[in-house]
Design a protein around this ligand. Sequence first.
Ligand SMILES: *Cc1c(COP(=O)(O)O)cnc(C)c1O
Length: 368
Amino acid sequence: MEIPVVDLKAQNCALASEILSLWEQILRSARFIGGEHIDGFEREFADACGTRHAVAVSSGTSALLLALEALGLEPGDEVITPVNTFIATSEVIAKAGGRVVFVDIDARTYTIDPTKIVAAVTPRTKGIVPVHLYGQMADMAAIAAIAEKHHLWVVEDAAQAHLAEYKGRKAGSIGIAAAFSFYPAKNLGACGDAGAVTTDDAALAARVRTLRQHGSLRKYYHDFEGYNARCDALQAAALRVKLAHLAEWNEARRRHAQRYIELLAGTDGIVLPAVADGNLPVWHLFVVQVEQRDKIANALAENGIGTMMHYPVPLHLQKAYAHLEIPEGTFPVAEACAKRVLSLPMFPELTEAQIAYVCENLKAVVAH
Ligand SMILES: *Cc1c(COP(=O)(O)O)cnc(C)c1O
């Protein structure tokens, strides 16, 4: 049996005629930039997240960058973020003019450890960027309490957590702003790159809207320097079609996660993902921990099972951050996870038989 770690073809084929007919209208009208699909998607996505505003942009990375830039960072300003995430989360902090301060993650949930945030706050700290990793939201109550005490803003990196919930509140609706990615493999994926910033703050939304288009809301007039970071109409149209299915796809992911947990529970040598109280994850990834992870991944690959690692090198040990001179051993939880995490196949169309096959093989390989 061949089981890819993620399969986007089934979803795209099922929706192809609907998406293609919208794309044909756009092609014939030549309205590629702006227009009804951008406005429509922004309204529908904001509704889905329970926020007042959503601003569609060119990627999750631009969403993070524009949100931070809209908040304003001065040289030396510090922003705290977890060390186990995709580099997009941290790279935008320096690009927006600030300094990244890494902290370790919680060993059970893999999201930023609030107790480590407290220890990292200094008089220069301006904000926190928690990441709702693998589809589970970070401990937002603890993070909000720290932020309030020290007058910090919180920008959620919700790139892996579309419609995830924490104590009844949706991802993207708790911080001052949030960044979403619609990279094709995300729970809500475009047919190329796209992203969005959500916020309840009208002034912040307007600033992001202005930044995405060269600091300009009125043709020929530029209030400040910005970017070309727009989402195009073709992506917005495809995203509107897909957004209508997102809740049902997330439900399917939850069923698959449940099934994985039932089939793998109690197996020596496999650490299963934990869901913290009050969390309703959307299982962007299903991540287990195993010893000798690379050997296990290779053995699974020989049996046709695709896996990935999120992430094999923690950010402080990346060459990109060598200048920070953070020695190995500084973030023991993230460093241990990096050697052991293994992402199993997870996508809505996964079948019961495929999950059973993955579990049988994984158990056999781990026992060996
Ligand atoms: C995917 C991702 C991003 C970046 O999104 P792009 O659309 O690829 O730019 C940022 N943060 C996290 C946690 C991600 O998974």
